[in-house]
Design a protein around this ligand. Structure first.
Ligand code: NAD
Ligand code: MG
Length: 388
């Protein structure tokens, strides 16, 4: 039995991970965590009977303890509880389904403990990619991407990700993007888009933050930075192609011009299952791909209209704490957009302002990264009046 910890079990990645586990034999849920939806967390405890549940918020944890006092599950509280369950000596695999930089320290704890990590939380690599990847090399932690594009690239590269000779064979990564709900729209049209419009993604059903990021193309920007760290490639070797059908999940082009793609219907259960079972593949009962149904198209992204993608490349080129500021300002701005407090185009505008005003720290330690994140969030709140 493989013992699995799921960080963020109440979210989109978390619930789908539990679905995959319940459909397969050979996996046992050791620990889960949830931030606010304790009704769903209670259902999960009763169904999967984990040894531990981490609820970082102390008040919620108290409430939750009472709810499940008839079970054998132990409730842990406080922020450290996430790091604790991420590094349980018994755990074989940790799925990181927490959204935002809140996933950084728990993911790093799993890396330090040398676990296999099914990495969904892309913000971890965007903000602290150098630290996370070098720590993984030391501890032997295996980072298997869950993000569909990175899972695709990982599959296209087969087992050669860490092979030194690979650099010269790899020409470029072609990261595909659905284009999101606002593909083809002009800046004037985008100005009036509301949260409800942005949350209507054409192909994927995901949490609110990543869905808005898909609409601004910031999600693709974060994924470019995620790819840079995961596959240790320069940004000049990562290109984005808009592929509206979301069938080709990404591609790798080699020195001999061979292009290898991984395809499948848009369903996160495939990359989640692959991270759990790699290098084996298990059967998947539904969602076989019928290639006769949809023509496949590819085109370059409109980075003038969707500035966030260019901002992410710029942040990655500078490096240091700048990607953290891009990410932190974006998290704060997306939350404000979801609350109806700022407009759609304001997200990119305020992220760019924060990047311009930030004093970059080169080779940051974790504490510098956490401070830069806080700085970016405070910057957004303090400068809102300038964008409205
Ligand atoms: P979601 O909003 O559906 O779920 C987020 C989870 O994180 C919930 O369980 C929530 O309780 C927990 N959480 C939120 N804030 C927290 C905090 N401060 N401390 C501790 N826990 C907290 O998000 P999601 O769509 O499942 O995305 C999770 C991560 O996976 C994100 O980084 C996202 O970019 C990435 N991802 C998601 C998908 C997808 O299909 N949903 C695809 C690729 C990558
Ligand atoms: Mg993705």
């Amino acid at each position: 039995m493989k013992k699995v910890v799921i960080l963020g079990s109440t979210g989109s990645i978390g619930t789908q991970s539990l679905e995959v586990i319940s459909e397969k034999s050979g996996f046992l849920v050791l620990a889960i965590s949830g931030n606010s939806n304790i009704e769903l967390l209670e259902k999960q405890v009763r169904e999967f009977n984990p040894k531990f549940v981490a609820v970082p918020n102390e008040e919620k944890a108290k409430e939750f303890k009472i709810k499940i006092k008839d079970t054998e599950t132990q409730v842990l509280s406080g922020k450290e509880s996430l790091e604790y369950i991420a590094s349980l000596p018994d755990a074989d695999i940790v799925i990181t389904g927490i959204v935002g930089i809140a996933g950084l320290l728990p993911t790093l704890a799993a890396v330090k403990a040398g676990k296999r990590i099914g990495l969904a939380n892309k913000e971890t690599l965007v903000t602290a990619g150098d630290i996370v990847m070098s720590t993984a090399q030391k501890t032997g932690a295996e980072i298997i991407p869950v993000d569909s594009e990175h899972s695709a690239i990982f599959q296209c590269m087969a087992a050669r990700v860490n092979d030194k000779d690979y650099d010269s064979e790899l020409k470029r990564i072609l990261l595909t993007a659905s284009g999101g709900p606002f593909f083809g729209k002009t800046k004037d049209e985008l100005r009036n888009m509301k949260a409800a419009d942005a949350l209507r993604h054409p192909n994927w059903s995901m949490g609110a933050k990543i869905t808005v990021d898909s609409a601004t193309l910031m999600n693709k920007g974060l994924e470019v930075l995620e790819a840079k760290h995961l596959f240790s490639v320069p940004l000049s070797k990562v290109d984005v192609l808009v592929h509206r059908q979301s069938i080709v999940h990404s591609m790798v082009e080699f020195a001999d011009n061979a292009v290898i793609a991984q395809m499948g219907v848009p369903d996160m259960k495939l990359p989640i299952q692959y991270a759990l079972t790699y290098p084996e593949r298990l059967s998947m009962c539904d969602n076989a791909l019928d290639l006769t149904k949809t023509p496949l198209t590819f085109e370059y992204a409109d980075t003038d209209t969707f500035r966030c993608l260019s901002l992410a490349y710029a942040a990655g080129e500078t490096g240091g704490t700048l990607p953290t500021v891009l990410n932190g300002a974006n998290e704060a701005a997306v939350a404000l957009f979801l609350e109806g407090k700022i407009g759609f185009l304001d997200i990119g505008n305020i992220v760019e302002m924060a990047m311009d005003d930030h004093k970059v720290i080169k080779n940051p330690q974790i504490q510098d990264i956490l401070s830069a994140d806080l700085w970016a969030r405070e910057y957004v709140m303090a400068n809102l009046h300038k964008i409205q």
